[in-house]
Design a protein around this ligand. Structure first.
Ligand code: MEV
Length: 306
């Protein structure tokens, strides 16, 4: 019997996490790491739940899958998942999973999945995982390009505009500290913003500007300017109360190793993923691995060495 498979990329946010929730632009790119979904014919449409999930995760995943099955009108298939991406650390694993399942079920339903279709179905799944996400994660994952993403104030979701890079754009991704749930970090920030809206809006606006400037720097091939935008963005994230000692320590370590820019990526909080922008990522990964740091590198955009 025939089997189908589809891939959904993880993502890193170069600039603009959190402020994107409030309608400001953010710059994000796809990782080469992600989630692969496979389908075989079955009696009913079902998802083989990965081992080691808690009850809430099982319920969310089942509900999200049901939404995608309904939205695509897929025939009865049994779907299994495989990830080569660290899960739930701010690298877009839920969006990667949503995009992989969406593409797979669209294929199973006999539709050639366009990135637009994948965005639509994955968005329905993301509602189950996150409540009211900005839409940045699954859009980046489905478009598989560096995008400047904007969500209009008040709108449910936004759109991604592709940013071309004339130079290879490499990041080193590391993990630090104990990761806090995105919902918690986003919720706590929402409370501070509701209490002191003017002050927080100024910081969000500035992060939005820095993100737009960073996108321009990428287009112009000015990676030094992109790195500076990342460093300034990190300072603003710290001002928003989203950084912590383990994240800061890793950020300074990456800067010492020659990063053009380094910052937390994703939701931040007590721990999670930290990225550094490097012209030559390989020796950095080797050094960090020797120091016992969990890390890998990925090219987000630009010409690839053949
Ligand atoms: C999480 O990857 C990014 C946040 O900006 C939340 C969101 O965009 O929904 C923190």
């Amino acid at each position: 019997s025939e089997s189908l498979s589809a891939f959904g990329a993880g993502k890193v946010i170069l600039l603009g996490e959190h402020s994107v929730v409030y309608g400001h632009p953010a710059l994000a790119g796809p990782l080469s790491q992600g989630v692969t979904a496979r389908a075989v014919p079955s009696k009913s449409c079902q998802l083989a739940l990965p081992a080691r999930l808690n009850r809430l995760q099982r319920e969310q995943l089942t509900a999200a899958f049901a939404r995608a099955a309904e939205a695509t009108g897929a025939p009865p298939v049994k779907v299994s998942l495989e990830a080569d991406l660290p899960l739930a650390v701010g690298l877009g694993s839920s969006a990667a999973l949503s995009v992989a399942c969406s593409r797979l079920l669209l294929q199973a339903a006999g539709k050639a999945p366009s990135s637009k279709d994948a965005v639509r179905v994955a968005w329905a799944m993301e509602q189950e995982f996150h409540g009211s996400p900005s839409g940045l994660d699954h859009t980046t994952s489905a478009m598989e390009q560096l995008v400047l993403y904007r969500r209009k104030p008040g709108a449910a979701k936004g759109t991604g505009q592709v940013v071309d890079s004339p130079r290879p754009l490499h990041v080193v991704v590391t993990l630090a500290g104990e990761r806090s749930p995105t919902k918690k970090t986003v919720g706590a920030l929402r409370e501070r913003q509701a209490r002191w809206p003017a002050r927080y809006e100024r910081l969000f606006t500035e992060i939005g500007r820095v993100s737009a400037e960073g996108a321009k720097a990428v287009s112009a091939g000015d990676l030094e300017a992109l790195g500076d935008a990342m460093n300034v963005n990190q300072g603003l994230l710290a001002a928003l109360g989203l950084s912590s000692p383990p994240l800061e320590e890793m950020i300074y370590r990456l800067r010492e190793l020659g990063a053009l820019g380094a910052k937390l990526t994703g939701a931040g909080g007590d721990g999670g993923a930290v990225i550094g922008l490097f012209l030559e990522p390989k020796p950095v990964v080797t050094k960090l691995t020797r120091m016992g740091v969990r890390c890998f590198s990925s090219q987000l955009a630009g010409p690839r060495a053949s």
